[in-house]
Design a protein around this ligand. Structure first.
Ligand code: CUA
Length: 327
């Protein structure tokens, strides 16, 4: 008896201690602080549902514990039947009607929030940006045809309309603070939107298992002033595209110094500094003796590839010793 009681007390204390931690930080259990209207509406729906279900949870579990206590055997023999209870129509009607009302209330809230999650404010003049998912990076095309890789720059407070596509396998675009997930599917165009309400950097992650480096397929949205955004898409993006390609695409498999990793060592491979040879590999992929390289650059233009070659020449490539006279 005493042991049962102490087990019960310990269970309650553990529950209370965990609840405190979960409430103090979000503990990874609740949505992150929303920073875009669509994310806010999602979180509103989330808390309404959590409110109803939490009340139901404590009601049901409380009654369960109370009944276990109230109708315990009290030393009655195992083969003796306890008091018998028969139907109770009013009770059954009540516990059917109440869930119907609760589900209706949740449905009303959710269907009221959905259009505001789905569509940007009608009055907005959105910035149209194409998000292309690749094994294993994100590529962004801005309205002036500039590109960036893995980091998307936007003006704070602007409505951004995203056209989400893929060329190889299915990926999923997800920046939790800026709205829900949307899949990037080859042969299909999906749309989503956000409006970063505060300046800052918002982290995200590809949310669809897409291959060996799925976990490295992170994304970041940087919301900054209109002037900083204009400067970025005006010149900075193009000036750094070679470096972005190296660190966001090549280095994932070949290592930061090209020393090799999942992919082979390429730091001393002369092909990486030859535009023609490299273009063929980037656009078509490559079936090597130790594994296949995906066509990571199948949508890259020649300016981009030249920028990559220039960056690699300067920062990565170490000419192999010639003539076989290595000391
Ligand atoms: Cu792309 Cu996971």
């Amino acid at each position: 008896m005493r042991r049962k009681l102490s087990t019960f007390v310990i269970a309650v204390l553990v529950a209370l201690a965990t609840a405190g931690v979960a409430a103090a930080t979000n503990g990874g259990l609740t949505p992150v602080q929303p920073e875009s209207p669509n994310a806010s509406h999602t979180v509103t729906a989330y808390w309404v549902i959590v409110g109803f279900t939490a009340v139901i949870f404590f009601l049901v579990e409380g009654l369960l514990v109370a009944f276990i206590w109230k109708y315990r055997s009290r030393g009655r023999g195992r083969d003796v039947e306890g008091p018998q209870v028969h139907g109770h129509s009013r009770l059954e009607v009540i516990w059917t009607v109440i869930p119907v009302l609760i589900l209706s209330a949740i449905a009303v809230v959710v269907f009221f929030q959905l259009p505001k999650i789905d569509a940007a404010p009608a009055s907005a003049h959105p910035i149209h940006i194409t998000v292309e998912g690749h094994q294993f990076y994100w590529q962004f095309d801005y309205p002036n045809k500039t590109r960036s890789i893995n980091t998307l720059y936007v003006p704070v407070g602007a409505v951004v309309d995203l056209k989400v596509v893929a060329t190889d396998v299915i990926h999923s675009w997800w920046i939790p603070a800026l709205g829900g997930k949307i899949q990037a599917i080859p042969g299909r165009v999906n749309h989503t939107w956000f409006m970063a309400e505060k300046a800052g950097a918002y982290e995200g992650q590809c949310a669809e298992l897409c291959g060996v480096y799925h976990a490295s397929m992170t994304a970041r949205v940087v919301a900054e002033s209109q002037a900083a955004y204009d400067a970025y898409i005006g010149a900075q993006a193009a000036a750094t595209i070679g470096k972005q390609e190296w660190s966001g695409v090549c280095a994932t498999c070949h290592g930061n110094l090209g020393q090799g990793g999942y992919g082979p060592n390429i730091a001393t491979n002369a092909t990486v500094v030859q535009v023609t040879g490299l273009t063929a590999i980037l656009r078509n992929g490559f079936d090597g003796p130790t594994g296949a390289m995906p066509p990571v650059g199948d949508t890259w233009n020649s300016t981009q590839i030249k920028a990559l070659v220039a960056y690699v020449k300067k920062n990565v490539y170490k000419a192999a010793p010639v003539g076989g006279t290595t000391p």
